[in-house]
Design a protein around this ligand. Structure first.
Ligand code: DGL
Length: 254
């Protein structure tokens, strides 16, 4: 069987990466995706870099046993902490995610940029370099506890969290809000309602899906005859698997 028929491994610390998976399924409907949520070890964003590298190696080993042809790190935190290590250690293409500061900088006029992400993402040197290039003066907004609300599908709780958070900033002087964690993408429509019309929202799911497609094409790994399939797996509980199924169906405006 040709390698193009093999599955694509996608992972996150939990359900967040399902937002990116939705974008991938949309533009690559013939592919077979295996999505792994490392819920038992979530959150990654309040851990150390070393811990996340260790956890990510464990997840990757499980996915490699399934003969994946490419790996998507559907997590900004894990990408910042471990993408370089994985690219050194694996022989398959590795696609990562980073906070969408570049598109935010293109939209920017005379106002500010808020980057919502986990503490670990915002601490990475990789992120510092991104800030220097595209985000001069952008404000880092660590959102401890927000991913947990998405994991629990506590949309009211997330709404309250965000209202409090945004109350601390002058949104009328904000050109863009970057959703730098895949969990927050499920809150995009809610956030849209809270922001003035002038403020754009940027996030990386569609960009990552397109990058995956380009990388597969370049490596002659595109599956052009498959029927399309998604396997959802978790290190968590069966209830968490049900959440994953629901979020795969939840509407996201890309
Ligand atoms: N979804 C992950 C991200 O994109 C992080 C959530 C966590 O803290 O584990 O950064």
């Amino acid at each position: 069987m040709s390698q193009a028929m093999d599955p694509i491994g996608v992972f996150d610390s939990g359900v967040g990466g399902i937002s990116a998976l939705q974008a991938m399924i949309r533009i690559l409907p013939q592919e077979h995706f295996i999505y792994y949520g490392d819920r038992a070890n979530a959150p990654y964003g309040t851990r150390s870099t070393e811990e996340v590298i260790h956890l990510v190696r464990q997840v990757t080993a499980k996915l490699m046993d399934r003969h994946i042809k490419a790996l998507v790190i559907a997590c900004n935190t894990a990408t910042g902490a471990a993408a370089q290590t994985l690219r050194r250690e694996l022989t398959i293409p590795v696609i990562g995610m980073e906070p969408a500061l570049k598109p935010a900088s293109e939209i920017r006029r005379d106002g500010g940029i808020l980057v919502l992400a986990t503490p670990l993402t915002l601490r990475q040197e990789k992120f510092e370099r991104l800030m220097e290039k595209y985000g001069t003066g952008a404000v880092k907004v660590p959102c401890v506890g927000l991913m947990e609300l998405v994991e629990r599908e506590d949309w009211d709780g997330a709404g309250k969290y965000l209202e409090q958070l945004f109350a601390g900033y002058d949104l009328q002087k904000t050109d863009a809000v970057v959703l730098g964690c895949t969990h927050y993408v499920f809150l995009k429509d809610m956030i849209r309602e809270m922001l003035p019309e002038r403020t754009a929202i940027t996030e990386g799911s569609m960009g990552t899906a397109k990058q995956l497609k380009r990388v597969l094409a370049r490596n002659r790994l595109l599956n052009e005859t498959g029927a399309g399939k998604v396997d959802l797996e978790t290190s968590g509980t069966p209830e968490e698997l049900d959440t994953m199924k629901r979020l795969l169906q939840r509407h996201i405006s890309f």
